[in-house]
Design a protein around this ligand. Structure first.
Ligand code: ZN
Length: 336
């Protein structure tokens, strides 16, 4: 089969080969013919430098969708021909975290495409417990955007207990996860303030307000909320926007994150935390139940795609992630 594969980390080392051996399946696995894969920062890091990547040679790709080609002898819930998406937290199902319903915090956790081969290939073998059927009328673009781009902000907003009519400020609102967060914010009945330079996040995705100047975020949030400030602030951009984003949180507010794109070390004044009774919340991936929730909502969601690449151009797709002019997400079309 074809696969984007590397023997040593480094973007220069990834190559698309045509004679890679098709994966085998055990009794509890399914073989998926990949149709479309999302390209995310996690894939870039897998190829370039994060530790623990296995096996080697390695096929990256943490977010994918496709059609079941073959099922193992003991697979009960899925069959050949099913359109499926893959829950990409690898978990054992037996530790205390798994038993508490937190598969993404499994004591033996890892990410598919990082500690296993991923979806930048014609075929991938995945355990049945990680594979979910998705209705045929869900577009491939959305299906290829659920496992990382969609489930992560969904859980984060639930962890932050976002409520009807509350003010939600989203930093990086037109990024992959940001555009999904805007849609969930609206679905949860919040008033969404998008921090972004892109007007389409308001016109196409329904944000109520848009703030395009990062230096004026605090005063503009103050204006919009009539001095009360935000109930929930979602910021996964990291240190560069930490101070401004924390200053946007109002009394009894929640600040939530699932990433630190520009750096993770920040300074915090504890007084400002307890006086306003602010909660700082970390969120990581999602449970399988939450993944099922977003599958059920998939036909109501949309995604803005900037560029699509063929599998043969996987390297260019990964490079395009950091393009200044990027305006929406990047997908790999495979077997389409
Ligand atoms: Zn576990």
């Amino acid at each position: 089969m074809r696969a984007a594969i590397f023997e040593r980390q480094g973007l220069e080392n990834i190559d698309v080969k045509e004679n890679v051996q098709q994966p085998t399946i055990t009794d509890h696995d399914v073989l998926i013919k990949v149709k479309c894969a999302g390209v995310n920062p996690i894939d870039y890091l897998t190829v370039s430098n994060i530790p623990g990547v296995k096996p080697l040679p390695h096929i990256p790709g943490a977010e994918l969708t496709g059609i079941i080609e073959k099922v193992g002898n003991h697979v009960a819930t899925l069959k050949e021909g099913d359109k499926v998406v893959v829950y990409n937290s690898i978990f054992d199902g037996t530790c205390d975290m798994c038993l508490s319903g937190y598969e993404m915090l499994c004591r033996n956790a890892g990410i598919l495409g990082v500690i296993t081969n991923g979806g930048f290939a014609d075929y991938i073998s995945v355990a049945e417990k990680n594979v979910f059927q998705i209705p045929d009328n869900v577009q491939w673009d959305i299906a290829a955007s659920l496992a990382t781009t969609t489930k992560t902000p969904y859980r984060a907003l639930r962890e932050a207990s976002l409520k009807l009519n509350e003010f939600l400020v989203i930093f990086g609102a037109s990024g992959n996860t940001g555009m999904m967060a805007v849609q969930f914010g609206k679905k949860m009945g919040a008033k969404v303030i998008a921090v972004s330079k892109d007007k389409w996040i308001k016109t196409d995705f329904g944000a109520d307000y848009i703030i395009s100047d990062y230096d004026k975020v605090v005063e503009q949030v103050k204006d919009i909320t009539q001095g009360k400030m935000a109930d929930v602030v979602l910021n996964s951009l990291g240190v560069n926007t930490w101070e401004n984003s924390f200053s946007c949180v109002g009394d009894n507010g929640r600040w939530v994150t699932f990433g630190g794109l520009t750096g993770a070390e920040v300074k915090l004044n504890i007084q400002s935390l307890y006086r306003k009774q602010i909660k700082l919340i970390g969120s990581n991936g999602s449970t399988r139940k939450e993944f099922k929730d977003i599958i059920d909502m998939a036909t109501e969601l949309k995604v803005r795609v900037w560029k699509r690449f063929r599998l043969e151009d996987a390297k260019e797709a990964l490079q395009a992630l950091s393009a200044k002019e990027r305006d929406g997400r990047i997908l790999l079309d495979i077997n389409q």
